[in-house]
Design a protein around this ligand. Structure first.
Ligand code: NAD
Length: 433
């Protein structure tokens, strides 16, 4: 079977490569010519473990190809996946301009029955909007079906998440479209991955509800961490004690500097906005969003309270990406904290294992260093922003010698507070007094 994927970003490229690995013939389309010409050579435009090998192998075996021409993908495919970005607008709502643009283009090249699948995260009602756009732009009379198939992969483990998902959600109103989708995902049936088959609106909402619930869990434990600091409790033990209750579960109860990334911040805002438009108050999610903003501010305050005057001090920042194993810095807490420190005239020396070369996305004021020790050289303080594995076993004696003062802000709680104090660091973390 031939399928098309429009948008060769984190989601589109992983989806395309994984479907090709399942044995389908996949045409990936992107309007970014530079991206497509690199991909044709097997060069991946972002960091995702294992993707390089998967893309190269499937290109070589003739199941994966790349183009800037949407016609090539539409004409040869039975199903076309839309995987373009849905960034947040100023008011929090999702901007659907790329999705709508692609729907119109797909329609103009349709020459027979097709299934149009939304992989992008889109507000409830978008499926219907796509149906209208396609009907309006068709060249002749052709049947088609719309499917919502939201994506739940996590950057950093995207291939494993696609190949062994917790669930596959398929929202459709036509049995024919459901049968085609099940056929595409056949290898996952064999490993008994759960399928949730529902209508389009429900599928669209499942994605937002899931991300908003995860964001709420993070904000919840961050607020508990702030209370722990005041009352002498240890947030890790609180999380453990809570998480052992099977109704709660241990995941996403790790305190830190606030959630970031390309999904949770924009999806929580979009869901709150969507509910507002229907006069529904999502007070819990609204509170989770506000708690997240406060958490980032609190981290800056923590640094200020400890160090006093910040002007002309130097801080080493370890980690820029919003989490380990990705080079994605979209809405990363590191950006918020770096910008706040730069505003206070702090000199920043930063290091990240894979974000090098993406400097422009952070701040022109930042000096990029070749490793953690280079970053620490002559700095007054060190901040761990992302829990990359290579930061878990730093040579602490060497770091101590390199730092001018010994402030150590471990915003991911990867070190043992007692040990850090014994080593002579002025050690600060989140939720462990
Ligand atoms: P991305 O920015 O990495 O990729 C989007 C791609 O679409 C870009 O390469 C862009 O050039 C291309 N594009 C835009 N308009 C186009 C057009 N008219 N024709 C062809 N290509 C076009 O975005 P992403 O992170 O892959 O996210 C895509 C969607 O998936 C979003 O809705 C996002 O919320 C959702 N999602 C993302 C993740 C994630 O972890 N990144 C996980 C689940 C869902």
């Amino acid at each position: 079977m031939h399928i098309g994927i429009v948008g060769a970003g984190y989601v589109g490229l992983v989806t395309g490569a994984c479907f090709a690995e399942f044995g389908l013939f996949v045409t990936c389309v992107d309007k970014d010519e530079k991206r497509i010409s690199s991909l044709k050579k097997g060069l991946i435009p972002f960091y995702e473990p294992g993707l390089d090998e998967l893309v190269k192998r499937n290109i070589k075996q003739g199941r994966l190809r790349f183009t800037t021409k949407i016609a090539k993908a539409v004409e040869s495919s039975l199903a076309i996946f839309i995987a373009v970005g849905t960034p947040g607008r100023g008011d929090g709502s999702a901007d659907l301009k790329y999705v709508e643009e692609v729907a119109g283009e797909i329609a103009r090249h349709m020459d027979g029955y097709k299934v149009i699948v939304t992989k992008s995260t889109v507000p409830v009602g978008t499926g219907e909007k796509i149906r209208e756009i396609i009907s309006k732009n068709l060249r002749g009379k052709t049947d088609f079906d719309i499917v919502s198939n939201p994506e739940f992969l996590r950057e950093g483990s995207a291939i494993e998440d696609f190949m062994r998902p917790n669930r596959v959600v398929i929202g459709a109103n036509s049995p024919q479209a459901v049968a085609i989708m099940k056929d595409l995902y056949k290898p996952l049936y064999l490993i008994e991955a759960p399928f949730v088959i529902t209508n389009i609106e429900t599928a669209e909402l499942i994605k937002y509800a899931s991300n908003s619930f995860l964001a709420t869990k993070i904000s919840f434990i961050n607020e508990m961490a702030n209370l722990c600091e005041k009352v002498g409790a240890d947030v890790h033990m609180v999380a453990k004690g809570m998480g052992l209750d099977q109704r709660i579960g241990p995941k996403f109860l790790h305190p830190g500097p606030g959630y970031g990334g390309s999904c949770l911040p924009k999806d929580t805002n979009a869901l709150v906005k969507m509910a507002e438009e229907h006069s529904v108050n999502l007070g819990i999610i609204d509170a989770a969003v506000k708690a997240n903003e406060r958490q980032k501010e609190l981290m800056v305050q923590k640094i200020k309270d400890a160090m006093g005057i910040l002007k002309d001090r130097t801080v080493a920042v370890l980690g820029l990406s919003f989490k380990p194993n990705t080079d994605d810095t979209r809405d990363a807490p590191s950006l918020y904290i770096i910008h706040a420190l730069v505003k206070e005239k702090v000199n920043i020396r930063a290091y990240d294992p894979v974000c090098a070369g993406k400097e422009d996305k952070v701040s022109p004021k930042v000096k990029y260093c070749k490793d953690p020790y280079d970053a620490a050289k002559g700095a007054d303080a060190l901040i761990i922003m992302t829990e990359w594995n290579e930061f878990r076993n730093l040579e602490l004696d060497k770091i101590k010698k390199l730092l001018k003062e010994h402030y150590f802000f471990d915003l991911r709680n990867i070190y043992d507070p007692r040990r850090m104090k014994e080593k002579g660091f002025k050690y600060y973390c989140v939720g462990r007094s």
